[in-house]
Design a protein around this ligand. Sequence first.
Ligand code: G3P
Length: 215
Amino acid sequence: MKLFIDSADVNEIREAQEMGVLDGVTTNPSLVAKTGRSFDECAREIVEMVDGPVSLEVVATDCDGMVREAEQLVNYGPNVVVKIPLIRDGLKATKTLSERGIKVNNTLCFSPMQALLSAKAGSSYISPFVGRLDDISHDGMEVVAQIIEIYANYVFETEVLVASVRNPLHLVAAATMGADVATVPFNVIGRLLKHPLTEIGLKRFLDDWKNVPEG
Ligand code: G3P
């Protein structure tokens, strides 16, 4: 499973990258706003520091506007994936852009049928938001399981990118189901590695080591 960071904060991205397990980045307008920096500044720096795919989101809501924005966004670099919301015009824009060879990540997906339409329109990634579904008492990971099954039935190449991840259990479920990618906030990436028994075990090894006589 590929691991992306869901962040527009270059310090977080750099730190995750230093762990050596980062495959890409997803951003959205809310994450950019949180940095307090301009979109242009964030996009330029992120695309330059990361080799893998970087999702940058359009803010237009009409097809022509989305296509125009997408054409600007891909100028940031060859690894840019354009994030397009799953609304009617978004679907049309996805079809147009994918036919032009521009990679699209369809965002704000909350149902298996939205995911089917996205794949038919030629998206490269589908982003089901599991945490936001859980928030309204729907099982987010169940939707991911349905999408994976549907895509396998019809051999769609669209990659399933699990988004709105809130905890390590979302990732256990995603990896068990064989999701292609999970995009994870910085605070959750930190929690993936942490285990109290690892820390207690390491402390015991180092304490015992002090009792080994010098040879
Ligand atoms: O990038 C999209 C998604 O991961 C947002 O997550 O936590 O705002 O629901 P969240």
